[in-house]
Design a protein around this ligand. Sequence first.
Ligand code: MTE
Ligand code: QUE
Ligand code: MOS
Length: 766
Amino acid sequence: MNSHLNKPSRQKMGKPYKHDSAKLHVTGEAHYVDDIVLPAEHLHVAVGVSTISCGVIESIDLTAVKEADGVVDVIVASDIPGKHDIGAVFPGDLLLTDDRIEYHGQPIFAVAARDHLSARRAVKLAKIRYQEETPLLDLQEAIDQKIYVRPPHGLSCGDAAKAIQDALHTISGTLEIGGQDHLYLEGQISVAIPEEDKQIRIISSNQNPTETQLLVAEVLGWEMADVTVKTRRMGGAFGGKETQAAPWACISAIFAVRTGKAVKCRLSREDDMRLTGKRHPFKHDYTVGFDETGKILGVKYQIAGDCGYSPDLSDAIVDRALFHCDNAYYLPNAEINGLRCKTNKVSNTAFRGFGGPQGMLLAELVIDEIARYLDKDPLEIRRVNFYKEGEKTPYGQVVEPAQVPQIVEQLAKQADYLKRRQGIEEFNQASPVIKRGIALTPVKFGISFTVTHLNQAGALVHIYHDGTIHLNHGGTEMGQGLMIKLAQIVAEEFQIDLDRIRITATQTDKVPNTSPTAASSGTDINGMAVLNAVRRIKRRLEVFAYQRYQATPEEFEYRDNKVHIAHEEIDFSEFIKEAYLARVSLSATGHYKTPKIHYDRKKSQGIPFFYFANGAAITEVAVDTLTGEIKVLRTDILHDVGDSINPAIDIGQIEGGYIQGLGWLTSEDLKWDKAGRLSSANPATYKIPTAHDIPEIFNVELLENAPNVANTIFRSKAVGEPPLMLAISAWSAIRHAISAKAQKGQKIELKAPATPENIMQAIKKL
Ligand code: MTE
Ligand code: QUE
Ligand code: MOS
């Protein structure tokens, strides 16, 4: 029965298998939604949007649109058969509006035409009159006027006011942080295919097929069982396809039902950038009290997210910012308020880190400012403040084990932090224009959805009677390598080669009621569900084997594509065939729910995270203080993924996450004009990192011999989001470089991102 307890050493775990689709990716054979061959006469959608940011629609004249070449059908809000509001958690997101305009680019109507370009040309012919109002575009204005999409909600512990008052030193300041566009390679896209008897099939580039299933059903006035949503893979998502993929599926579905034809909605890159939400910009106000060693005694933080016009996921996103504004540092007394501010912009949404990065940046800024104030090495201040074993976060979770100090010391030593920092001081004295900087920053990121019910997953495993395996589960593939990791789990359990396992598309009629693939939890929760399904089949197989071969559990073992029973050795596929002939069920579902976690949001106390993922990075930069241009000279990363399931995939996630974070903090600058129209709405005006921005020296290592203490799948740790925050070391290093131009103890006012413009502004303020 317990053959898995005395199994041979792990064969399929910890191996650098390449991504299951790697070959398809590089040869161009991988199917994305736009590659799917559709039935003849399918239609293409374009969306007609508002050209103002705030006001009321006076009249809509779509005569010319309807008469345009190739147009087959046009819909406005009143054509939606069911529910109009597709807000994921709270109401506030209309699929199409016919009344109030809340942001520039808000969908008003949609066109279905015979080809993509005809649809896009037709929407331009609309004549819409508005009663325009002054839009609220500035986050500070929303803070001042207390204009929110959700009520304020914060965290507190101890007595912050008293601790700050009693402290020897205090500093106050603000930090402005910009947003970020997801810039996934494959933009938002959905196909709807009508089927007989009021059924519809959706194929969508989507992190959250179940939610899209529900929303399509609701806008059609149907039920969930009438709708199937399928996602094979996404060409990147990064949080941008949790809620933002649904509207295009809903609009396609409405047209599909009206016309009886297959309908595709693919946003142009500009539409994608204007019409879908981004990372939240934040503005933080802080006051910190500390002693002569730099130890933090109390903090008062106000953490304000720019949510755009509607709630979307902003409650949970600002919560995650609150949960991470301590980062790896103990705050004995804290009063942290979180604001969800409303502006007349597209509704901001999930983006890798989910508010965590914005909270964490404040934690690191505060440390750096304390160090500058006391004229000490920031690493010293970090050490003084690290959580020690047993200390609690402001939300009451014990940080156990407190791994960051060990990681930081190991990294500082192996990357020669101290000596290089001294070298930089010398370099800067001799170099008037080019200034160098270096910083070591840690990451401690909580793993689990802070919304408890989302921490569940399902799986479906079939073994066909030729011994090949069909693997399905609730997670979606967006490039992160979820599928290969889960296939490795199956291969490990049966000790068979990976090529016997078929990875299949995520589909709501195979595994129902799935959570979004998000919060870095894809492998953690779906992996456990897969394991659970596989072990159910294994139990049946073993009962069969003991009877058939008169064997005991000790005499049964999976090894090298074979099953060893007593003195016999049978090929795995042979064994499966025999089990089939003996009428053993070879298919099972599995389910998993994360144990132990709970969170009482009313009290702001609990254990929201199953465990923490940790890491640290040292980044060295050069800043041209005449132009503000920067170059990353060297990056060293030591990151904790527990017992890695696949080190090649994990290192890829760490490198990619760091570079994406580097883009957020140094070059990606979202700009809106005075009317609230996004002016950086294509990759020509919005600068993401390229191959040229990769550090000249880029050392990434996984922390060794560090199995997860929490009982996760093969003791691994989630890796998707945490490495993005390692890039905070680059931002901190840039501040260090700028400080070469400052007086001792002088504050450095650098906005994020540290673009050349913002760097020059910070230097000018000195
Ligand atoms: N990696 C790639 N290549 N593409 C992506 O879209 N999304 C990130 C991260 N890594 C993403 C990625 C985000 S936001 C999350 S939450 C996780 O992957 C989701 O996958 P996981 O839970 O399986 O790690
Ligand atoms: C981290 C996340 C998410 C989260 C909470 C986290 C996330 C997400 C949701 C969420 C919350 C409520 C809902 C819902 C989703 O919460 O990605 O559908 O009703 O989607 O701590 O990444
Ligand atoms: Mo990731 S932001 O949780 O999709």
